[in-house]
Design a protein around this ligand. Structure first.
Ligand code: FAD
Ligand code: NAP
Length: 332
């Protein structure tokens, strides 16, 4: 049902105060097309929201905001090696991870990431050495500008580090309706990251790996239900090898991870070194247990978040000469 002046404060994990001009859930392509017709007549852009765990909402979102309410899981094909499984965009991500092990493997390390299946390809969600793009066969959705149903192969999705075509050329123009996963049936756990590397590889089962990742995350990251946040607020910067060498010489404790091109620095460490951890700035702060996570308290707005974002960016740049880019997408 379409609703006017719809509050979004409870629909984003940062709990930023926000209201949309109009809002509706949809269950099918036909319903989405009807909503697009309404948006055109009302001269409103159409914006798609998932679980609201990676967005920065403005106080007034002048748009028709839509959310997929479709959660089907359908086995498309299975042989000895792989399963192809279609999952609708509205499915809760963690619930899908839990159910995925009945079909195949690979996404166990992505347990407990908040949000929906439809948003997972957008920033190619990743954790503990695994990225979802490695297990996506294709993504199907509706392009708003051309009014066409389109399917993108994994190569066409152009997955990168927390990046994809849906965050770039197709930003605000493509509503993902379902994701087709290609899951190997053989379980080969990725346990290269600490603290997963302390698990006994011979004893790990898919379910115990999901449990281990869940336990680690619950001990380290704030639960958005209690402490509003959007996960990592900044992306880990990738700098040139030369820049990383110079910084490591000056700061021997700086965590540096080699990449195919350049080196990745731990943004949380850089922010911590600038003294932001646990220090409140009005209703916003960088989290005391993980300085990369920005948390809010009641009444916080986008302006409060942007002010702290700028303070952090300026301080880190002044100290390390590295510019941090925020990870959550502006939703205005
Ligand atoms: P939203 O925040 O609602 O939307 C994000 C973007 O995707 C928006 O631009 C939106 O328009 C677009 N979008 C949403 N649905 C669709 C759709 N159906 N079609 C097209 N575009 C769409 N991320 C990681 O990568 N790794 C992590 O380990 C991780 N940990 C997190 C931990 C916490 C505590 C929190 C709060 C966040 C974390 N995140 C992590 C970030 C976030 O959970 C993911 O990016 C998630 O995929 C966002 O899903 P969502 O449904 O909430 O998307
Ligand atoms: P962490 O283990 O404290 O590590 C800090 C950073 O160092 C991570 O961001 C990670 O980069 C990098 N890192 C650690 N070990 C690495 C290795 N062996 N090889 C390459 N890079 C390594 O991080 P954390 O905050 O507890 O998060 C754990 C995992 O969950 C990470 O993969 C992180 O990305 C993911 N996570 C993401 C979000 C989000 O919102 N995007 C929120 C929470 C957690 P990578 O980020 O590149 O993995």
């Amino acid at each position: 049902m379409l609703q006017q002046h719809f509050p979004l404060t409870d629909r984003n994990t940062l709990r930023l105060v926000s209201e949309a001009s109009a809002y509706a859930g949809f269950r099918s392509l036909a319903e989405l097309i009807q909503l697009q017709g309404y948006a055109t007549r009302a001269q409103l852009p159409l914006r798609v929201l998932g679980g609201g765990s990676n967005v920065l909402l403005s106080e007034k979102v002048n748009a028709l905001v839509v959310q997929s309410e479709s959660c089907r899981i359908q086995l498309v094909m299975q042989n000895d090696e792989v399963s192809l499984v279609d999952v609708d965009a509205g499915m809760n991500w963690h619930q899908w991870v839990e159910q995925s092990i009945a079909f195949g493997h690979g996404i166990e390390n992505l347990a407990l990431i908040p949000g929906t299946v439809g948003a997972a390809p957008v920033q190619n969600i990743g954790a503990y050495g695994v990225e979802v793009g490695e297990f996506i066969d294709s993504v199907t959705g509706y392009q708003l500008s051309t009014r066409q149903l389109r399917t993108f192969s994994a190569a066409e999705c152009r997955f990168g580090y927390r990046d994809s075509v849906f965050k770039r050329e197709l930003r605000n123009d493509f509503v993902i309706l379902r994701v087709r996963f290609r899951l190997p049936r053989r379980f080969s756990p990725v346990v290269s990251y600490a603290p997963l590397n302390s698990l006994n590889a011979a004893e790990i089962t898919p379910a115990s790996l999901i449990q281990a990742v869940t336990d680690i995350r619950m001990s380290k990251l704030p639960d958005p239900a209690n402490v509003p946040n959007a996960g990592s607020f900044f992306q880990n910067p990738v700098v040139s090898d030369e820049c990383a060498r110079q910084l490591a010489a000056r700061y021997p404790d700086l965590p540096v991870y080699a990449q195919p091109h350049g080196a990745k620095l731990a943004a949380g460490w850089l922010i911590d070194q600038c003294g932001f951890r646990g220090k409140p700035f009005g209703p916003v702060a960088m989290y005391e247990k993980q300085a990369l996570v920005l948390t809010t308290s009641a009444g916080a707005t986008l302006a409060d978040v942007r002010a702290l974002q700028k303070r952090v960016q300026d301080s880190v740049y002044e100290k390390f000469g590295v510019w941090l880019e925020p990870e959550p997408q502006l939703f205005a």
